[in-house]
Design a protein around this ligand. Structure first.
Ligand code: NAD
Length: 312
């Protein structure tokens, strides 16, 4: 039902790529792999020291690798990241929202009392800002920059393939105990991909493909401590390079749109295909048809935008 995705890194030479969270973990592997494939890479992060060190290590005359300080929770920082790439290269081909934070604090502590519940859960809510507000800002800006014609008027290798890739998680479609806000935010990222895949692909003059990546256990600092228990139990895990290879593969693929790439043990499957193909089974045939008719009726979504009665 669900087909395995076999990534490759061809066709990326001279492509211009913007990504967030590129200083460490999966993001730094994406930067390295794109650089090795000959792409120009502009990566943002809040961690200046490892970001600058990666830029120094990879910089060469042939392909640009540029670190830009970027806190994804700030709209202006996201804009500055896109501006840096657009000003230097005259176009942007691919954008990857990768930055993410693991669970902070304990939003639904079972020991909450009427007294402790009065304290606003600011630490927990910072995850929503990084994991969901960040990708929303990033995607909005990407939707404008990716469709711009080449400022230098050079068609060259910048053919029309454009893509936006959102890093969600296995927590984007199922649950694990204790990850309350992380799971809610990563479900949100999958929702964002689904809300954009039908509209951004109609962008003119360049259609923009939108996909989500859902890795399971990946050996970065995000899972420090848990990875050992995992290995002892004999469960599959990814190296950050594996996840990066799938993300780079989605860029290079040139075709996949609206996919949810589940990554486990270094392999990937587009699980969205299975979800869509079996809808009549888990929804019921009539419900599926009615839902489709309702979606068609909504056209390009202008009814919602024109509906002022529920706007504040
Ligand atoms: N490691 C896993 O098991 C796993 C599983 C599923 C999904 N993911 C997702 O993969 C992505 C990469 O995570 P990772 O495992 O490489 O973790 P990581 O902590 O190694 O890397 C995350 C990067 O994001 C950056 N970052 C954090 N907050 C930021 C902000 N406000 N602005 C800009 N950058 C910020 C960090 O500085 C870091 O460089 C995240 O979205 C994460 O949720 C990871």
């Amino acid at each position: 039902m669900t087909t395995q995705f076999h990534p490759h890194a061809s066709n990326l030479e001279r492509k211009v790529v913007v990504l967030t969270g590129g200083a460490l973990g999966v993001g730094s592997c994406i930067v390295r792999q794109l650089h090795a494939a000959g792409a120009h890479v502009f990566f943002g992060d809040v961690l200046d020291q490892p970001g600058q060190a990666l830029e120094r290590e990879l910089s060469s005359d042939d392909a640009k690798v540029k670190f830009v300080h970027c806190d994804v929770t700030l709209y202006a920082d996201n804009l500055a990241l896109f501006d840096a790439a657009y000003t230097a290269c005259g176009r942007i081909d691919h954008a990857i929202a990768n930055a993410g934070l693991g669970e902070q604090g304990n939003m639904f502590d079972p020991n909450l009392t009427l007294e402790s519940v009065r304290e606003e859960p600011k630490k927990s809510m910072s995850i929503v800002n990084v994991n969901l507000k960040g990708p929303l800002y990033f995607s909005r800006i990407a939707s404008a920059y990716l469709k711009q014609p080449d400022m230098n008027g050079k068609g060259g290798t910048a053919a029309a393939d454009k893509s936006l890739t959102l890093v969600s998680s296995v927590a984007g479609f199922r649950e694990d105990p204790g990850l309350y806000v992380y799971i809610a935010s990563k479900h949100g990222v999958l929702g964002l991909m689904r809300s954009l895949r039908g509209t951004l692909i109609q962008s003119q003059p360049y259609p923009i493909r939108t996909n989500a990546i859902c890795p399971w256990m990946t050996r970065t600092r995000l899972v420090a401590g848990i990875d050992e228990v995992w290995a002892k139990a004999g469960l599959p895990s990814n190296e950050p390079e594996d996840v990066a290879r799938v993300i780079v593969g989605v860029l290079a693929d040139g075709k996949v749109n609206g996919g949810t790439l589940y990554v486990e043990g270094g392999r990937a499957w587009n699980v969205e295909e299975g979800i869509l193909k079996t809808r009549h089974q888990w929804l019921g045939e009539k419900q599926e048809k009615d839902l489709d008719r309702g979606t068609q009726l909504m056209g390009g979504g202008e009814h919602w935008i024109e509906n002022k009665s529920s706007q504040v």
